[in-house]
Design a protein around this ligand. Structure first.
Ligand code: HEC
Length: 218
């Protein structure tokens, strides 16, 4: 009698234990992982300590002067705002500037660099002289590039050309992601050079240049 009671109690306890065990309790033992691939790697969690670095943090600060790509495109980064002229071609009033940034002096080297970059990035459409009839223009473009020598483009501030290179204009694609800031200013300076040299009255051309070109086209 006593024995059967003990057996019954035991069976009941086992059932309760089993029932409890099935009620969605999670197991602390990791599941069997047949194919490991690269699922488990040595790495640091966010905010974790790392004695390797002097400040003991695993998370590193970006290198000084690092700017988020989006910030460059939108111009809303405080570091950029500190130099709107250099990075956006705009003055404190938000308007396009008509001068090179102070970091980029006008030198023969700058113009040479500008000409070289212009030849790579712009001349195929705009032509080496900036007249808008480059080799691609006549063959593959629905909208033709305008001549830089036109009165309205000559009236544009230097920052406008920096802005067009950075962001594109209407159907022209942007070059901000391919051409670094310094080179964009160099190209802008070269575009201005083309505008000036393409509109010099004959009376202002130095005599030796006239002489040199006398045999060629007038
Ligand atoms: C693939 C051809 C192509 C290349 C390369 C190109 N452009 Fe253009 N560009 C155009 C076209 C087309 C237009 C006219 C866009 C329109 O009106 O829709 C234009 C317009 C312009 C304008 C006139 C904007 C205005 O207000 O009318 C400037 C300035 C300019 N480009 C500068 C440049 C410079 C600088 C480069 C080199 C970094 C360059 N472009 C490279 C095709 C090109």
């Amino acid at each position: 009698m006593l024995l059967s009671r003990i057996v019954l109690l035991g069976a009941a306890a086992t059932l309760v234990a089993l029932g409890a065990g099935c009620r969605g309790t999670t197991s602390p033992v990791p599941p069997v992982h047949l194919n490991w691939n690269m699922d488990f790697q040595q790495r640091y969690e966010m905010q974790e300590k790392n004695p390797f670095f002097a400040d003991g943090r695993a998370m590193r600060q970006p290198v000084e002067g690092t700017v988020a790509r989006e910030a460059v495109l939108q111009g809303d980064d405080p570091w950029l705002a500190a130099d709107d002229h250099l990075y956006r071609g705009r003055g404190p009033d938000g308007r396009l500037v008509d001068a090179l940034p102070k970091q980029i002096p006008l030198t023969p080297a700058l113009l040479e660099r500008g000409q070289a970059r212009y030849t790579i990035y712009c001349a195929p459409c705009h032509s080496p002289a900036g007249t808008g009839d480059g080799v691609i223009a006549g063959r593959g473009l629905k909208v033709q590039p305008p001549s830089y020598l036109s009165a309205n483009l000559r009236a544009m501030p230097l920052g406008y050309f920096f802005d067009v290179i950075s962001h594109g204009v209407r159907t022209m694609q942007p070059y901000g992601s391919q051409v670094p800031v310094e080179d964009r200013w160099a190209i802008a300076a070269w575009v201005r050079t083309l505008q000036v040299s393409g509109n010099v009255p004959r009376s202002e051309v130095p005599a030796d240049v006239l002489q040199k070109n006398a045999g060629g086209t007038k």
